[in-house]
Design a protein around this ligand. Structure first.
Ligand code: ADP
Ligand code: MG
Length: 620
């Protein structure tokens, strides 16, 4: 690293100044960014009482040269930025030279540091911003920063801190986000002496996500990797079975910096709009590499917001990247039908001594072991509340094992799989076993060792929807002339409404005639429907007319959408006995769909259940 220097006044004025210390989590963020910038590949974060009592960050990075140490906590002293030109091409996470100064101002801070070149380390002790003592100390390479009694001298700020649960969740959230992005670094997180997780630091994003968020999230991800102009987007995005009810599990990184961007969030959620149910969001770990000069990260003091100088290329990038992803992947989620220990615990439970706690307390620890993401803060609370020290011991033992397992350079990670590429003959190739409850189709995918369960109504609905929608778009709905016109009785008002829209209805495939008081004659119907469905569809259209009094000639997408949705409403009537040939047709039609995995409302049409899952029913 360069020597630390004071920035000149003109440059200081250009940097968005501001308080970086809002809460313990913001301290953790700044300290971690410093460790990352220092090139560490192992970082330990220890907090006590949600960081209010203690925050300690230890890294094995470059260390601070002894002579520079007293500069490090002066305001606007940095080793990362010297000229204005650098400001527009920032590659490090820090650059303002403010963090250590601001943190030292609100806490009692201790720094112990040693560079590889020097034989002895340095230790500095600060109290409320002032240097108390500085001297030599024997220590290992790297830096440890300890903050104690945060805000204790500023009661007003102390009062604004939230509960320990909230503040520690904020910290965990910060560490989760930074650790996911910096997957070449092993992060170890310890809260109130409990080890929460250690990431492997093996440059593998999915392994890292597994260690932080657990199996369910890590196993249901599809890879995205796309170039456009001089931009590159890559990362992992959840499949449809594993969407989330809010956006908290969307981590966006621009040039490895964790950022918040309303624009990217809009583009990401927009890409999934038509395939996810309402108010469901994809889980995403997205990395955007872009030339540093095309963005401005200097618009907020804590560097979490950025501005794109030109939005259009970014929109294009998302459009092409996500249509590629959505069209080319199999989006069938894996169904867990039986609560199971997580993959780590399973192997370890049986073979290793896990402490007797688990074996001896029947209803206690299993609960914990079954959670899919044991490292999320809320799960910890669940465990704490119930099972006190016993579980605690077991918990630590397990986590200790996990840590040990993860630090092995070559881990067996067969349990991590991303979504496979889509096979366009997938549904056709399945062996049909049969139908149950007149509602679900059971198939076997012998090759993958999976049972495929299809919701026939959702699937059929999707087929009708897609077919009809594209016919509507092309204004090419084939109709069939009925041998005998169908007679429909209805009120004069209703009949007149339909007659007024006669030409629009003709485009949809209906030919109708006024046949005197209260009688409407139907001569032609769209040919993808049978008689019953066609009439039900016409009724749906009539109800639509009662509300809107107008059907345009399919000019707007909205109109096409709402007509197509009505078409599939009409198409599904519960409990249809299907012949084998009908099932085969349905499966073949599904292969032709752009996205056969969800119905028009975003519900899944198909799930897979592995033979291993089924085996668990029988304790195999
Ligand atoms: P900035 O990160 O914006 O440069 P900081 O106040 O966070 O400002 O840190 C000031 C300087 O102290 C950094 O530029 C860096 O040289 C040094 N520094 C801080 N933390 C570490 C660390 N963990 N390892 C090595 N150097 C560090
Ligand atoms: Mg910094």
């Amino acid at each position: 690293m360069h020597a630390i220097k004071k920035l000149d006044e003109a440059l200081i004025a250009k940097i968005a100044a501001g308080e970086v210390v809002e809460n313990p989590a913001s301290i953790v963020k700044e300290l971690l960014e410093n460790s990352i910038d220092a090139g560490a590949d192992s970082i330990t974060i220890e907090i006590e009482k949600a960081g209010k009592k203690l925050i300690r960050v230890t890294d094995n990075g470059s260390g601070i040269p002894g002579n520079d140490l007293n500069l490090a906590f002066e305001r606007h002293a940095t080793s990362k930025l010297f000229e204005e030109r650098d400001l527009f091409e920032i590659k490090s996470l820090g650059f303002r030279g403010e963090a250590l100064a601001s943190i030292a101002a609100v806490s009692n801070m201790e720094i112990i540091t040693k560079t590889r070149q020097s034989t002895v380390g340095k230790r500095a002790l600060m109290k409320n911003g002032g240097l108390l003592e500085i001297g030599d100390i024997g220590t290992i390479d790297g830096t440890t920063v300890i903050c104690k009694s945060i805000f204790s001298k500023i009661p007003a700020r102390l009062k604004f801190l939230k509960s320990d649960t909230i503040e520690s969740n904020n910290i965990i959230d910060v560490v989760n986000h930074l650790a996911s992005a910096q997957h070449h670094i092993s992060f170890r997180l310890i809260s109130d002496k409990k080890h929460l997780y250690t990431t492997p630091g093996n440059r593998n994003l999915q392994d890292t996500i597994y260690s932080i968020y657990g199996k369910k999230i890590a196993n249901n991800l599809a890879r995205i990797d796309h170039f456009h102009k001089d931009m590159h987007i890559h990362g992992l995005v959840s499949n449809l079975q594993n969407s989330h009810s809010n956006r908290n599990l969307q981590s966006i990184y621009v040039n490895r910096r964790w950022i918040k961007s309303a624009l990217i969030s809009e583009l990401l959620n927009g890409a999934f709009f038509h395939i996810l149910e309402k108010r469901r969001y994809p889980i995403a770990f997205l990395f955007l590499e872009i030339h540093p000069s095309s963005i401005d990260i200097n618009i907020s003091p804590n560097k979490t917001e950025i501005k794109f100088k030109d939005e259009e290329p970014l929109r294009e990038l998302f459009r092409s990247a996500f249509s590629e992803l959505i069209n080319n992947h199999s989006w069938i989620g894996e169904e867990t039908i039986w609560p199971k220990p997580n993959a780590f615990a399973r192997g370890n439970l049986e073979k290793q001594t896990l402490g007797n706690a688990i074996v001896n307390s029947p209803e206690s620890s299993n609960h914990f072991l079954e959670t899919d993401a044991p490292y999320l803060a809320k799960d910890l609370e669940k465990v704490e509340g119930k099972n006190e020290s016993e579980v605690q011991t077991a918990f630590e033992t397990i986590l200790g094992n996990i840590a040990a397992e993860q630090s092995l350079p070559q881990r067996n990670n067969h349990y991590l799989k991303t979504q496979p590429s889509r096979n366009m003959n997938f549904f056709k190739s399945l062996k049909i076993i049969g139908q149950i409850f007149n509602s679900y189709i059971i198939c076997e995918d012998a090759l993958a060792g999976e049972m495929i369960l299809i919701d026939q109504h959702a699937a059929h609905e999707k087929v009708i929807y897609e077919t009809f929608k594209s016919q509507l778009k092309d204004k090419s709905i084939p109709s069939q002339v009925l041998l005998e016109p169908y007679i429909l009785n209805m009120s004069e008002t209703e009949k007149n409404l339909l007659i007024e829209s006669k030409s629009a209805l003709f485009l949809i495939g209906f030919s109708i005639e006024d046949f005197g008081p209260n009688v409407l004659l139907v001569r032609e119907i769209p040919s993808i429907f049978n008689m019953r469905t066609a009439i039900a569809f016409l009724e749906e259209l009539k109800n639509m007319l009662l509300k809107t009094t107008y059907i345009d000639s399919m000019k707007s997408d909205e109109m096409i959408y709402s007509i197509a949705v009505r078409a599939c409403h009409a198409a599904i009537k519960a409990n249809d006995r299907l012949e084998n040939i009908e099932i085969m047709t349905l499966l073949a039609n599904m292969d032709n769909l752009e996205n056969p995995y969800t119905c028009p409302h975003g519900r899944p049409t198909v799930v897979r259940i592995s033979i291993t899952e089924i085996g668990k029913y029988f304790n195999r």
